[in-house]
Design a protein around this ligand. Structure first.
Ligand code: HEM
Length: 344
């Protein structure tokens, strides 16, 4: 049901610009006003969330560890520097591997039940598929986003041209097929099917899990439609996009309605992004379980807002409460303390 709601919602999002621009000729609204508003909301929401997280107190070291900690005898117990970093450098290396290679996802396991003579047994096995398709999806998205810079920059930077060339190097079809287009769709379909096919994951999947997948699939498919089927007027679109970035917005004639569908879905994604789990993208940098070295054993970390409590020795305590303790029949280390201060 959650998947169906999300799919229907994305269909409605596609219909809105189809009617508004196709029948209502609201090109300026959907080509300029909505993208500007969405981008502004994206920036505000993004910064708002980051500031909120940056201000959250993290009083203690709470890195996730998965290997031998630096010990007092490193010869005997060899430290696992990546899974249990003890200094800033090791933490940065671990972070880079996490961000560029999804290292922790590589360890993903799947649990399954197996019938045996003695009854059902749970078995855990390595499951690399999620890692593989997550990598395919994220890198394809990243490459497509970088390639899109050609619409927003003039002259087009050399690395965007290089990326464009490399991404179409198989030279299949005309216009040439980008490998990233195939891979992003494959990645998204796998991530969707994973939630739909596996009963355990389906059980815990919410609208907020399906909706971004369908929405990004909608963005990718509308882009693919524009490039390979509608064969949109890219020169006119570049005039529009350059107008947007130079704050001189106008909408040239002859832009296919599919472009407005694409941009409306992207605008929805931008508004939704800061409100959603997609914020894991900037969030990983602020994650205290990842960005802190585990140096608890050799640095004493004191919670900075602990109240300033003066230590009270038992001796001093007995001096203060000696008479009351004596009255209650409690034993005293120093019998002198049984006397009230003025008697003493
Ligand atoms: C979340 C961001 C976006 C994603 C994931 C995305 C995805 C795609 C994909 C997969 C394609 C197919 C061809 C290709 O890979 O280049 C495409 C094409 C296209 N996209 Fe996007 N897009 C995004 C944002 C935008 C924005 C903001 C604009 C402009 C305002 C835009 C304009 C276009 C145009 C004009 C094409 C057709 C290019 C051509 O015919 O070569 N896209 N997009």
């Amino acid at each position: 049901m959650n998947a169906l709601y999300s799919l229907v919602f994305v269909f409605i999002l596609v219909l809105i610009p189809l009617f508004a621009v196709g029948a209502g000729h609201m090109e300026f609204g959907f080509g300029v006003c909505i993208p500007y508003t969405a981008f502004a909301l994206f920036l505000i929401g993004f910064v708002w969330k980051i500031i909120g997280w940056a201000k959250s107190p993290v009083p203690f070291r709470i890195p996730t560890t998965g290997g031998q900690q630096l010990s007092y005898d490193p010869e005997l117990f060899k430290q696992n520097k990546l899974d249990n970093p003890s200094n800033g450098f090791q933490t940065v290396v671990r972070m880079i591997l996490e961000i560029f290679a999804f290292r922790s996802l590589f360890r993903n396991t799947s649990a399954s039940l197996h019938e045996t003579k003695g009854g059902p047994v749970v078995a855990y096995a390595s499951a690399k598929w999620l890692w593989l398709f997550a990598i395919l999806f994220h890198y394809s998205f990243f490459i497509i986003a970088l390639r899109h810079l050609r619409l927003f920059l003039e002259p087009i930077p050399f690395f965007v041209k290089g990326l464009d060339f490399m991404d179409g190097i198989l030279q299949i079809g005309a216009p040439v097929m980008y490998q990233s287009d195939v891979l992003i769709v494959a990645g998204l379909l796998f991530l969707l099917l994973r939630r739909l096919v596996d009963a355990k994951i389906r059980y815990i999947s919410l609208v907020t899990d399906y909706f971004p997948l369908f929405l990004i699939l909608g963005v990718a498919l509308s882009g693919i439609w524009m490039r390979y089927y509608a064969k949109v007027d890219v020169v006119a679109i570049k005039e529009l996009t350059m107008g947007l970035v130079t704050f001189n917005p106008h909408v040239p004639a002859g832009i296919d309605v599919s472009f407005f569908v694409h941009v409306f879905l992207v605008s929805t994604l931008m508004v939704y992004f800061p409100l959603s789990k997609l914020m894991h993208m900037p969030g990983v940098f602020l994650s205290p379980t990842r960005n802190m070295p585990n140096d608890n054993r050799f640095h004493h970390h004191v919670n900075p807002w602990n109240p300033d409590i003066k230590p009270l020795s038992y001796e001093a305590y007995e001096k203060d409460f000696g008479p009351a303790m004596a009255e209650a029949g409690l034993p005293l280390d120093n019998p002198e303390n049984a006397k009230a201060p003025e008697e003493a």
